[in-house]
Design a protein around this ligand. Structure first.
Ligand code: MF3
Ligand code: CO
Length: 253
C-alpha cells in the first residue's frame, strides 16, 4: 500500500531530508586520506543529535542481522551497506556515504559517492554517470508517469555509459517508515509491478551503478554488498516528493 503524504507531512519530511543533506555535506568535507570510517560515523551521529533529530539506520533489522552503525560507508568495490570500522580511507579511494535520520516521526534518506584525495578519471566518470542516472530518474517522477519510467531512465543513463545497474537493491517509498511501498528499481523488465505516480508520494531514488558486472556478493558481516568482479561501484540517492509541479528534491540544500 502506497501512503500519500499531506502538504503538512511533506513539510516535516523536507526538514528531515534537509538534516540528512547538511550532515552528508559535513561528512563529505571530513573525507580525507587517513580518516577512519568510524570517525565519519561518529561525526554523522553527533551532528544529527545537535540538529534535534536521531539517526535512522542504527538498530535497523530487516532480516536476521541488525545494522550496527549510523552511517553506511562503502569503499571502492563495496556497493552499499559498508559498516564503519577502524579502516582508514586512502588517497584514490571512492567512498559511498549513505545516511538517514528520523525527525518528528518522518524519515529522510540520501547518499552520495565522493573521492578521497585524488581519484582516477575512471572513478570520476563512474560517479558522474551514477549521479546523472539519479537525476534522470528524478526527472521522471511526475504525476501520471509510472515507477517504471523512473527505472528505465536510470538504467538508460547507466547502460549507455557502458556500466551496469545493481538489481538486488532498489529505491523505495519513504515516510513514517524508512522503507515503504512502492519499490523503485533501477532497471525495468516487462511484468514488474509498475504503479502510477501520484501527488503526495515520497520516494527515495537510489541508483547503484557498477563499472563491470551487475552481480554482487554479501560479505560475512551480513551487510556489505560488494561487486562480484571486484570492480568499482557508485551510489547516489535523494528523497523526493511528487508535487503537482513535478518532483521536489527534499534532500538537496
Ligand atoms: N539508503 C539505504 C536504504 O534505503 C540505507 C539502508 S541502511 C540500513 O536501504 F542499515 F538501514 F539498512
Ligand atoms: Co534508501
Amino acid at each position: 500500500m502506497i501512503v500519500i503524504k499531506s502538504p503538512e507531512e511533506i513539510a516535516v519530511m523536507r526538514k528531515a531530508s534537509r538534516i540528512v543533506a547538511e550532515v552528508l555535506d559535513e561528512v563529505a568535507m571530513a573525507v580525507r586520506p587517513g580518516i577512519t570510517t568510524d570517525e565519519l560515523d561518529r561525526l554523522a551521529e553527533r551532528l544529527t543529535i545537535e540538529k534535534g533529530a536521531r539517526t535512522a539506520f542504527k538498530g535497523y533489522k530487516p532480516r536476521d542481522v541488525v545494522y550496527p552503525k549510523n552511517l553506511c560507508v562503502s569503499i571502492n568495490n563495496e556497493i552499499v551497506h559498508g559498516i564503519p570500522s577502524g579502516r582508514k580511507l586512502r588517497n584514490g579511494d571512492i567512498v559511498g556515504l549513505d545516511f538517514g535520520v528520523v525527525y518528528k516521526g518522518f524519515y529522510g534518506d540520501a547518499a552520495r559517492t565522493v573521492p578521497v584525495g585524488q581519484a582516477s578519471e575512471r572513478a570520476h566518470r563512474l560517479m558522474r554517470v551514477t549521479r546523472e542516472a539519479l537525476y534522470a530518474g528524478i526527472a521522471q517522477a511526475r504525476v501520471g508517469n509510472r515507477v517504471g519510467d523512473i527505472a528505465r531512465a536510470v538504467q538508460k543513463v547507466a547502460e549507455e555509459a557502458g556500466f551496469s545497474v545493481v538489481e538486488e537493491f532498489a529505491g523505495h517509498g519513504i515516510g513514517r517508515r524508512l522503507h515503504e511501498d512502492p519499490q523503485v528499481p533501477n532497471y525495468f523488465k516487462p511484468g514488474m509491478p509498475n504503479p502510477r505516480l501520484q501527488e503526495g508520494m515520497a520516494l527515495a531514488i537510489e541508483p547503484m551503478v557498477n563499472e563491470g558486472t551487475a552481480d554482487l556478493e554479501i560479505l560475512d558481516d551480513g551487510w556489505t554488498a560488494v561487486t562480484a568482479d571486484g570492480k568499482l561501484s557508485a551510489h547516489f540517492e535523494h528523497s523526493i516528493a511528487i508535487t503537482a509541479n513535478g518532483p521536489e528534491i527534499l534532500s538537496e540544500l
